[in-house]
Each structure stands twice: as C-alpha cells, then as structure tokens.
Design a protein around this ligand. Structure first.
Ligand code: FES
Ligand code: FE2
Length: 372
C-alpha cells in the first residue's frame, strides 16, 4: 500500500461496524452522550409523553405541566412497562395495577396501599423510578443516561445556534416515521455526511435539487456542510413560500446540513424545509444491541406560516415533499445496506476522498468518545 493510499484510509476499520463495536458503543457513546429524543411540542401539555430506547434502556420522557422529566420506563412494583405506546398523553401510571408516579418518579398513588403494602413516605421515596438528565435547546429535547459530562449547551457549541434557528423558524413536523434499516447506525450517518453519492444514487431526486461545491466545517465532534440549490429548485421554493405564506430562515438559503454527534442530522432546504433525522441502534428487550440494524427516525417540517394561506395548498405541498423524501430515503437505504453488508466482509479500511472530510471528522469524534 502506498503512503498516499495510507493517508486516505479511514481511521475506523471494518471491525468497527460489527457486533463487538456495537456492544461497546452502548455504554461508551449512547449511555454517556446527550441523545436527541424529540421536540417539546410533541409532549403536549399537561401530560404528553414519548418513549425511546437509549443505550438499550426504555426511557419515558414525560411532561408534568411545565416540567419535562425522563425515567426508566419500568414500574417499581412488578416491572411492567409504564407506557405501551411510543407517544401519547396521560399520567405516568402503570397499566398493570395502577401505581401512579409523581414528577420525582415517586409512586404516590398505590391502589390498596393500606391493606396490601402499608408503604410510608420513605418507602415510596425508596421506590422512585430511576431518573435521567433532561436538557433542552429551543424545542429540541435531549436525555443523557450517565451524568457527569458537559452541559448540553457546552456540548453543542456553535451548533446550538442551529437548533435555536430550527426551533424558532419551523412548525411541528408534517411527516415523521421510524424506518428499519439493515445497516449499522454509523453507515447511515456517513451517508448524510457527503454528497458524493448523489449523482449515482439520487439521479432523479436529490440530484435535481442541488449543484455546486460541498462546503464543510468541523465544530468539535459536530460538523456542517452546505451546497447550492439549482435555479429551478430555488424558483420552486420561492413559489411555495409565496403561496403558503412561509417565512424562510434568512441565515439558511442553500441546502444546509449539520450533524450533532453522535446521531442527530439536520438538513435545511432554502431555509423553508427542515429534515431532522436520528440514526439509532436497535436493541433486544434485554438491552443487547442488534448489530447491523438501525432505526432512521425522520421528521419533516415547513417554515412557520403567516395566517391566511390555504390549508389545501399546504397539504398538497406537504404530500409532495413527504413522497419525495420517502423516495430519497429508499434510495439511501439501499446503498447504506449494501455498504454495511460489504463492511462485514471487508479486509481493509475504507478509503475517504477530499470530498468525504466530514466522515473523517465523524470517525475522529467516534474514536475519541470511544476512548481509543
Ligand atoms: S406492575 Fe406496575 S402497578 Fe403493578
Ligand atoms: Fe443520500
């Protein structure tokens, strides 16, 4: 191997996409780092909730009026999961025997406590659910299982401003879903960190939207990339903004992309549409990671709307964008799955060109956070 090729080799090797690395990531990355779980307006007052699996642990993120709290989603009585849906609203009450938990995670309502348990205040406090740290930046809610790392704002650095802008500028998602990919989550992230694949993978979708040079910047573990929009795309979005009375984000006029390490990716188109994605490992019920699987959870939003636009016109545009996005993601899924399958049989590290610098930065962050 020449020195020149050596310099282009990825620092992360094929073995880092396999079962042992996936198991090591559970504690080293996913339990230890801030994990984006959803938007605060998904947790509608007074008692909206989301359930997510973070580092193999089922976590309920629950609103209590103005407070948002996170707990291990396991009842202190006989271990039933407290919420059976991924999202909804209702008190933190176990469906099995009806124990109800306070915002401190303490079982304050225990049916038949006097005849059956005689639990006093101290007993109940000792039976509190395991709680986790919650932090917000704008409408973005993050949870961290292991305390002790940097505060969220410190961790986000200059990317915090991105989350503020998206929070202020965009409405609630009009389309969202988790998709099941047969690929390691890192392969999904690597795929959004370059536009090199666009000509080959998205000739009729993304290729028609963007043009020019992919300009990238690194911000600690995070990074950004920007590429221009074609004149036709710009015109289309200008028409949409006018028809739907959307207010674009003036700071973002191209296709602007950011990742927050480890697994949050945000793509903005013309400052008018936001695609917020997470690539999450998949776990068995006992918390063991399932290698080579990830859930891509995407959320599509349009910029905020002034009053007076037609709801039917908006629905038409949203339907078109949702279809376009699904086509795009199906194209990405196919190559991400091919890349992961190949990584399991690779006998040397991947090669990264000058146009894949964000992947190099992502790998450097991964190695650092993994303690290697
Ligand atoms: S298992 Fe939850 S109340 Fe019994
Ligand atoms: Fe793609």
């Amino acid at each position: 191997m020449t020195d020149r090729l050596d310099a282009m080799r990825a620092a992360v090797g094929p073995e880092d996409y396999g079962a042992a690395a996936a198991a090591a990531e559970t504690q080293a990355l996913f339990a230890r780092l801030w994990h984006f779980v959803g938007f605060d307006d998904e947790l509608t007052a007074p008692d909206g909730y989301l359930v997510r699996t973070i580092a193999g642990v089922p976590v309920v993120v629950q609103r209590f009026d103005d407070d948002i709290r996170a707990f291990r989603d396991v009842c202190s009585h006989r271990h039933a999961r407290l919420h059976t849906a991924e999202r909804g609203h209702g008190p933190l009450r176990c469906p099995y025997h009806g124990w109800t938990y306070s915002r401190e995670g303490v079982p304050v309502g225990i049916p038949g406590n006097d005849p059956c348990f005689q639990l006093d205040k101290a007993d109940k406090a000792a039976l509190a659910l395991t709680g986790y740290e919650v932090a917000r930046r704008g409408r973005f809610i993050f949870v961290r299982l292991i305390p002790g790392g940097p505060d969220l704002d410190i961790w986000l650095g200059p990317l915090g401003a991105w989350l503020d802008a998206v929070s202020d500028g965009f409405a609630a998602p009009f389309d969202q879903a988790p998709l099941d990919w047969r690929a390691d989550w890192k392969v999904g992230m690597e795929n959004v960190l370059e536009v090199y694949h666009v000509d080959s993978v998205h000739p009729e979708t993304f290729r028609t939207v963007t043009e020019g040079v992919w300009k990238c910047a690194e911000h600690g573990a995070h990074s950004t990339g920007t590429i221009g929009l074609t004149a036709e795309t710009r015109r289309w979005w200008e028409g949409v903004a006018k028809r739907l009375k959307l207010t674009p984000l003036t700071a973002f006029t191209d296709y602007d992309h950011a990742i927050i390490f480890p697994n949050l990716a945000i793509g903005l188109t013309a400052g008018l549409m936001a695609s917020v994605q997470t690539y999450e490992p998949v776990y068995a019920p006992d918390g063991t990671v399932r290698p080579g699987r990830c859930h891509l959870r995407y959320r599509l939003s349009l910029a905020r709307q002034q009053p007076g636009a037609s709801a039917a016109a908006r629905q038409g545009v949203e339907g078109h964008l949702a279809d376009f996005n699904r086509r795009l993601l199906a194209e990405d899924q196919s190559v991400a799955e091919a890349a992961w399958a190949g990584s399991q049989q690779a006998d040397r590290p991947a090669l990264l060109g000058h146009n894949e610098g964000r992947i190099r930065a992502f790998h450097a962050a991964w190695l650092k956070e993994m303690g290697r």
